[in-house]
Design a protein around this ligand. Structure first.
Ligand SMILES: Cc1cc2nc3c(=O)[nH]c(=O)nc-3n(C[C@H](O)[C@H](O)[C@H](O)COP(=O)(O)OP(=O)(O)OC[C@H]3O[C@@H](n4cnc5c(N)ncnc54)[C@H](O)[C@@H]3O)c2cc1C
Length: 370
């Protein structure tokens, strides 16, 4: 008999959430340690938009309420601007009858809180190379090595764009409003946040053609701030840089299979989406919730690594993941090209959707529970 029921490979947010979720069922979990090379790396400057389903999962894992108050900010309103004057769509938590449209969370703080929760869990053992177990959960991220060894293809399309992320400080309060500009070809998002300055900060995610992204990541601060203020037109106030900048290449990808005998893929190891809708981590946490539910509901005689059991997990995630990757990819293509007809159509479309309350409610519903 092996010492562990489950081994989890990968050392990100999804792997830790999976370890905690499975340990809560009484399973003995071996979780891969963060590689020593990661120690001393610069803290992640990203602020993630999390949906209520992710927040519910993290609350159940006792990781949400332990986040410092300034590491999570509720989004009450969202304004999305097209690339023609007046083309915009607005969402509000009030009109959607939900307490918040999303929460913006400090990526580094979430990692720290999960790491502490894992350290307190008597059923989770953190080790560099977890040995064999009945079930292997692969949460190694987009460059997963085990996925390749399992013979799973990762069908990937590079957008040729990269996202520049940073923290910003505005000269006026954010009032819980998230803003996004589809500027063709770039997409700029400001996520209301409380770090570094309570009530006046934003997490920036600016997706641009790769060369421009490199340019703006490395440009002198004054030049960068001028470009940022020009792009946002002062709608969020005057913005200045509040952190280092970092950039990530962007791609869409899907694993050819997410489960097999004795293994399951979760998080970015299973699917990669453009961050324009802030859904990648939400999808990964939804994978964790689904896998935990499937394992908890298994028949007493069924082994944890049973291929039919794990197929239930794959089936449960297939439609939601496919729909989200199609939606983000479709939006990207709609706004990436600067053809006059396409511009006319997309901007009219934004205005139309803005006037159709049921369609808006449906769109928000999809985003709320990825
Ligand atoms: C700019 C940007 C903004 C984003 N914003 C949002 C957002 O607002 N909302 C949202 O939901 N999502 C967002 N995402 C997506 C989100 O970042 C990812 O979906 C999420 O980080 C995936 O988590 P993961 O744990 O699956 O993978 P990862 O974060 O990649 O973690 C896997 C980790 O495992 C490690 N690992 C791999 N192999 C080993 C090994 N052998 N030993 C030890 N460690 C190993 C890797 O180094 C990595 O650190 C954004 C992405 C980008 C690029």
């Amino acid at each position: 008999m092996t010492a562990f029921d489950v081994r989890i490979l990968g050392s990100g947010i999804v792997s830790r959430a999976a370890a905690l979720a499975l340990a809560r069922q009484g399973l003995r979990v071996a979780l891969q340690a963060r590689p020593p090379t990661a120690a001393g790396a610069a803290p992640d400057v990203r602020a993630y938009a999390l949906n209520p389903a992710s927040v519910a999962l993290l609350t159940g894992l006792r990781a949400w309420d332990t986040l410092p108050a300034d590491a999570r900010t509720a989004v009450h309103d969202m304004q999305v601007h097209g690339d023609a004057p007046g083309a915009q769509i607005a969402f509000s938590a009030w009109s959607q009858r939900v307490p918040a449209l999303a929460w913006i969370v400090d990526a580094a703080a979430l990692e720290t809180v999960l790491e502490a929760a894992v350290a307190y869990s008597p059923l989770v053992t953190v080790m560099p190379e977890p040995g064999a177990a009945a079930l292997t959960v692969v949460a190694e991220g987009k460059a997963s090595a085990l996925r390749e060894q399992l013979g799973v293809r990762f069908e990937r399309h590079d957008y040729g764009h990269a996202a520049v992320a940073a923290r910003l400080v505005a000269d006026r309060p954010h009032t819980g409003v998230a803003r996004q500009w589809f500027r063709s070809p770039d997409i700029l998002a400001l996520l209301p946040f409380d770090r570094p300055e309570a009530g006046r900060s934003y997490g920036l995610v600016w997706s641009l053609p790769a060369e421009q992204a490199t340019h703006w990541r490395d440009a002198p601060v004054a030049e960068f701030e001028a470009a940022l203020n020009e792009a946002t037109g002062g709608q969020a106030g005057r913005l200045s840089l509040g952190s280092e900048r970092a950039s990530w290449p962007l791609a869409i990808a899907r694993a050819s299979a997410v489960s097999g005998p004795g293994w399951a893929l979760v998080g970015d190891a299973a699917h990669l989406v453009h961050p324009l809708a802030g859904q990648g981590l939400n999808l990964g946490l939804a994978d964790v919730a689904a896998l935990a539910q499937v394992l908890a509901a298994r028949e007493a005689w069924r082994a944890l690594g049973d291929a039919d059991l794990l197929r239930r997990y794959a089936r449960r995630r297939a439609a939601g993941t496919w729909a989200m990757s199609q939606a983000t990819d479709g939006l990207w293509h709609l706004f990436a090209h600067d053809q006059p007809l396409l511009r006319e159509l997309r901007n009219r479309g934004l205005g139309l959707v803005n006037r159709l309350a049921p369609v808006k409610r449906w769109l928000v519903g999809r985003a709320l529970d990825a």
